[in-house]
Design a protein around this ligand. Structure first.
Ligand code: RB5
Length: 153
């Protein structure tokens, strides 16, 4: 297991949502800033109705290009926006709902995007997930072989 932080303080992390995730996005953005990250907010700017694929695709593009090290996505359930992000082969977006799933997403799947559902996850739980996600290193070993296979398709 590596001691290298998943994302070091000062590095860039993107965040995006749809209208259903807008309020939680604002909260999680503040938490990312508190962790010391440079946060790139890809929108939306308010709760006007938008389409989650537009925001999931935009964030995935930035993660794949390397302009940000990781990302956080929020929609109503977290499902649609994570599906959108996972269309990008270099993205491993994990929909989390507990600290355990957030930890496993990093330790076993080397997820580079955390997705959460604002309508199905308590704010405190989502915040705890974010903290755990960014604090958990990838375990590597047998998991590295499996993650490599994800990228081989
Ligand atoms: C928007 O109403 C809702 O469908 C969206 O936020 C998300 O839950 C889709 O997966």
């Amino acid at each position: 297991m590596s001691d290298t932080p998943f994302v070091a303080a000062g590095e860039a992390v993107a965040i995006a949502s749809d209208h259903a995730g807008f309020a939680l996005k604002s909260v999680l953005k503040g938490d990312l800033e508190t962790l010391g990250y440079t946060v790139v907010d890809l929108g939306p700017a308010d709760e006007s109705s938008v389409d989650y694929p537009d925001f999931g695709h935009a964030l995935a593009k930035d993660v794949a290009a390397g302009s940000v090290k990781a990302g956080v996505l929020v929609c109503g359930t977290g499902i649609g926006i994570s599906i959108a992000a996972n269309r990008e082969p270099k993205v491993r977006a994990a929909l989390v709902h507990s600290e355990e799933t957030a930890a496993m997403a990093r330790a076993h799947n080397d997820a580079n995007v955390m997705a959460v559902g604002a309508r199905v996850t308590e704010e405190a739980t989502a915040r705890a997930c974010l903290k755990t996600f960014f604090a958990t290193p990838f375990e590597g070993g047998r998991h590295a072989r499996r993650v490599d296979k994800l990228g081989a398709v």
